[in-house]
Design a protein around this ligand. Sequence first.
Ligand SMILES: CC/C=C\C=C\CC(=O)SCCNC(=O)CCNC(=O)[C@H](O)C(C)(C)COP(=O)(O)OP(=O)(O)OC[C@H]1O[C@@H](n2cnc3c(N)ncnc32)[C@H](O)[C@@H]1OP(=O)(O)O
Length: 729
Amino acid sequence: MVNTMTLTWEATREFAVMAEYSTYGSVVVLQVNNPPVNSFSYHVRQGLVDGLEKAQRDPAIRSIVIMGKGRTFPAGADVREFGTASAGMMPDLLSVLAAVDTSPKPVVSAIHGTALGGGFELALASHYRLAVPSARVGLPEVHLGILPGAGGTQRLPRVVGVKTAIQMITTGQHIKAQQALSLGLVDKIVQGDLLKEAVSFARSIEGRPVEDRRISQKTVPDAEKVGEVVDAARKTIIRRARGAIAPMTCVQAIQASVLPFDVGMQRERELMAFLMTSWQAPAQQYAFFSEREVRRWSHPRDKRVNFKTAKPRVIKSVGVVGAGTMGVGITISLLQAGLKVVLLEVNKKQLDRGITTIQKTLSQKSASQRMSLLTTTMDYSALSDVDMVIEAVFESMRLKKEVFKKLDSITKPQAILASNTSGLDIDKIAAVTKRPDKVVGTHFFAPANIMRLLENILGKHTSAETIATAMQLGTTIGKVGVLVGNCPGFVGNRMLGPYVTEAVFLLEEGADPQDVDKAIEEFGFAMGPFRMGDLSGLDIGWRGRIEKGLTTEQGPPPATPPLYRRGNRYCPLADMLCMQGRLGQKTGAGWYRYEPGSRAALPDPVVQQMIREYRQEHGFKKRTISSQEIVERCLYPLINEGFHILDEGIAARSMDIDVTYLFGYGWPRHTGGPMYYAEKVVGLEKILRSLESYQAQYPDHHYLQPSPLLRDMVAKGTSLAALGTDSKL
Ligand SMILES: CC/C=C\C=C\CC(=O)SCCNC(=O)CCNC(=O)[C@H](O)C(C)(C)COP(=O)(O)OP(=O)(O)OC[C@H]1O[C@@H](n2cnc3c(N)ncnc32)[C@H](O)[C@@H]1OP(=O)(O)O
C-alpha cells in the first residue's frame, strides 16, 4: 500500500511540454495537461512518447501511470488539428499507443472525467484501466464523421465482442464507469484520490508479465458469429444513418477485428483515410464546433448584445403560463434542471392533464424531489414573485397580448417576460407592457423536454441583460440556445415557409406526398414535410394562414383568385384537407391515413383522388418528378431564405442558422446544416444557377427568386464565414 503522506515527499517533478512526468518511487505518472479536455495535440503526443521512453530507460522505474490533469482524462484527438500540418506530425497517436501497448513495464490508465475517442483508445492500449465512479468512456468518433482510428475498432471488440462493439461505436454512446466495469473495459473502480490509488495499484502489479494484459494479443470472443451479427446490424444502421457514411464504415472496420491484429489495424487505417477525406467528416466536425460556437453570441442590432459584456440575471424561479403540450414540456425541462416552477393554467382539466404528464415524465428516481419544486395554480397572482415567466399559450396575438398585459401588472418589475411564440411579432407583444426591455422570445421545439434547440428572439427593445438571461437559461436547462432577430417565423419557421410551399407545389405538378417525403428522407431528414405536417397537426399552419387573412375556415377569402394570394402563387391543398377535418395524426387522417393507435403513415387514395381532381380543375398536367428535383425544389428555396435572413441581419452568422436547423428541424448532421451544405457541399454558384433555372420555369413562385446576398457572394466569390462575427471556424 502506498503511504499517502509520503506521496508528495517522494514525488520528483519534471515537465514535458504537455505531459507532466512525476516519479513516486518506482512509479512514473504521466499527466496530460492540455486544457480544457486534454486532447492529443502534437505536443501532448510528443510529451507522452518522451515520457514513456524516459521511463523505459530508467531502471528504477517499474510501472507507469497515465492520467489527465484538471477536469478529464484525454477526451480524444484534437479535432481542431485535423487537416492541419501538426495533425500529420510524428509521433502520431498510433505510435503513442504502440509504445504503450508494447511497453515491457506495465502501463495503467487512470480515468476520470471522460475518456473518449483517442483517449479511450489510449486506455485500451494500456495494460490496466482504473476509473473513478463518475468517469465515462466511449468512442464517439462517428459523430465527427470518422471512426476510432487508433485501434478502437480492433481493441474494443476483443474485449466486449463484435456485437457490443458495433452498438457502442455506431452510436458513439458514453458508458458509465460501472457499466464499463461489467463489460470488462475497466479493471477496477477506485474511490478517493485517483492519483494515490493509481500509484498504489501500479506498485501492486509491478513485476507481473504484461503479455497476457495486451488486448491486441487477444481474440474476439464472438468471432464465429461475426457474419450474422454484421448482417443484422447493417439493416438497422443503414436505415438509422440516413445517408451518413461513417456508421457503416465503422462496422466494416469492426468486422476486420476477427483478423490478426496487424491486418485489422491496416484495414482500420484504410477506412479511416476514406472517411477523413470524405465531405461528410468536415461537415460533422463543423456541426460539433458550431454547437459550441453559438454560445459566443452577439447581434448586429446593438454591440452591447454580446456574450462578452452582457451579464445575465440570476433566475431561481420561473412561471410557465399554459399547461398545453409546450407549457408542460417547458416545465419538465425547468424542473429537471432544478429550477422552481409555478405552472399556471386557467382550464382545470388541462392543468390536471399537465400535472399527470409531468409526473409520468420525470424519472422515477428523482420524481418526488423534482415535483416538490413545482407549484400549480389557476391564479395569476401566484406569479407575483417569480424571476421570469415563459408564456406558452395558444399561438394567437390577441391572446398573447392579453396574457402579457396581466403578467406586466402582476409580476415584480424586474421579472423577465418571455413568449414561447413560434413566429409572432415580439415587439407587438412587448408593446403592451411597460417593460419592453425585459420581453424576449424563447421559442422551444416540441417535445420541449427533449428537443435541444432554444431559439431566443431579440426584440427591438430587448436589453442585452434580458437576452443574456434567456441564453443562460438555455444552458442551465441543457438546450442549445441560438440568438436571432425578430421577423415573422424568426429563423427556423421563416425558412420552413418556402420549403413547405414548394413541397405542395410539387403535388400540383405530379408528385404524391409519399414521393416528396421519400426524396427528403433519403436526403437525410427523419421525416419529409408531409409526414412532419401530419405529426405536428395541419391546423397549426391553417390557423396561421387564417390569422394572416390568406384563407378562411370556409375557403378562400371572397373575391380571391383560387391560386394566388396578395399577388403570390398559393396552393390551397392543405387548407382543403383542414376543411375536411383532416388535421393529421391526431384525427387519424391528414396527408396520409392512420390506423387507430398507429403512427404509420399510409398513402391515402382519398388524398390522391383529391389531388387528381385539383390538378384537373386547375389545368395542371401530371409529370414525373425526379428525387433530385424534389430535393432541390424544397431545399434550395429554404437555403435562399437563409441568405435573406443573413442579409437582413436576423441571424448574425450562417452557423446560427445551421445550428437552428440541426437541433430544431432534423436537418441531417452529416451535411453540416443548410448554409454549410449550400456552400461546402453543393457550392453557392450551383445553388444560384439552380434557383435561376427553376425560377425561369416557375416565374410566379416568388421563393425561387435568388436573394441579392447570394448573387453578390457568387459574383464576388465571398465565403459565409467572412460574413460572420466572432467566429473561430
Ligand atoms: C490516426 C488517427 C488517430 C486517432 C483518431 C482519433 C479520433 C478522435 O479521438 S476524435 C475525438 C473524439 N472525441 C470526441 O469526440 C470528444 C468531443 N468532445 C466532447 O464530447 C465534449 O467536449 C466533452 C469532452 C464531453 C466535454 O464536454 P463539456 O464539458 O460540455 O465541454 P465542451 O464545451 O464540449 O468542450 C470544451 C471545449 O473543448 C473543446 N473540445 C472538446 N473536445 C475537443 C476535441 N476532441 N478537440 C478539440 N477541441 C475539443 C470544445 O470545442 C470546447 O471549446 P470551446 O472553445 O470552449 O468552445
